[in-house]
Design a protein around this ligand. Sequence first.
Ligand code: AMP
Length: 412
Amino acid sequence: MVYLDSYYFAGKTALVRVDFNVPLKEENGSFKITDDTRLKAALPTLKKILKDGGNIVLMSHLGRPKNEGENEKEGKGENKFSLKHIVEYLKEHLNTEVKFVDDIASDKALEKSRNLKKGEILLLENVRFYKAETKTENPAHEEFAQKLARHGDVYVNDAFGTAHRKHASTATVAEFFERKNIVCGYVMQQELDNAHKVLENPERPFVAIMGGAKISDKIMVIEKLLDKVDALIIGGGMAYTFFKAQGGKIGSSLVEEDKLELAIELLKKAEEKNVKIYLPKDSIAANKFDNNATTKLVNNTEIPDGFMGLDIGKEAQEEFSTVLKSAKTIMWNGPMGVFEMSNFAEGTKKIAEAVIEATQKGAYSLIGGGDSAAAINQMNAGDKVSYVSTGGGALLEYLEGKELPGVTALEG
Ligand code: AMP
């Protein structure tokens, strides 16, 4: 793989795939960025290219624009998904001219990228305004990728968050560059390095914490982790399927009826592999899915009818924290409860505190994107853990051992 630091960009135009999929909020007709984590993460890569004396053509997706309908025209999408709302941010943070173009596969756009002056940036409109971006079976897919490739002398992929997708801008485009001109950006490099830290020779004990809504989303990674970890903590909504499978009473808590057998199998596999599984002993149960619901602290195998577990209880918090504090490697994915509601956020917060304490004592901690990253960021604690991944789904697939097309493309 060619890494950014070993490439000199002077006099070159770099076509850079970034992950600028940031949340936007409309205010008086203009769109404001409400969380710039992903933009901030991309800046070092862009600065390095500019410092070398190169130009940049940026491409990204933003949101999930619909372009499926009969009347939808390729390249057209809703204003709320437009990348033009990012232009000012880039100008401000990179101190350079940032141009924007919407008809990104056209000759007009190509002229714009060819006319960039040294140190200038051209931001392309949302690549997902084109069906050909995501639909590999679409006959126009290859041609679209080739047209994108015309924008640069060198291709840099820094979008780890979409590396699990075989899209035109994340993978196919690389086919039109010589191997020596396909470069791995800093974000991508960091993400891969950090995933390797937990996959290869982690310091022991290695404890993984899995939470969130469903087992079905995380089953593959849980199975894979059983080969790696010493202990696995399971919290969040997915825990109740395990209790029900074991014959417990879970009231109206979240359950995946079709995964009961699977839950038992997982527990068996863990035992065979000598992996200790920790399920929460108690829960904060509520009479409705509402922050102002009536709540009670309950034992997890005896949740009364009409009540649902929405957060882990005190005993679980303490047990999980004790296990985490003695860990030397930690991987965390998924909240312990419905942390978006303040009355059910305490369990997730306590777990975050235990991860931070373990890190301070020398453990390596990887926070696996999505909601667990949001919880750590909410506490302004991103710098108190070893690494907060920017790619939820991509990281999980990587940990599962799946091939990521965006990474394979970089390997040439
Ligand atoms: P995931 O995307 O699978 O990591 O799931 C995250 C979501 O799981 C969050 O939106 C949480 O609100 C939700 N969640 C966590 N614990 C529970 C629970 N006990 N009941 C229902 N939803 C939960």
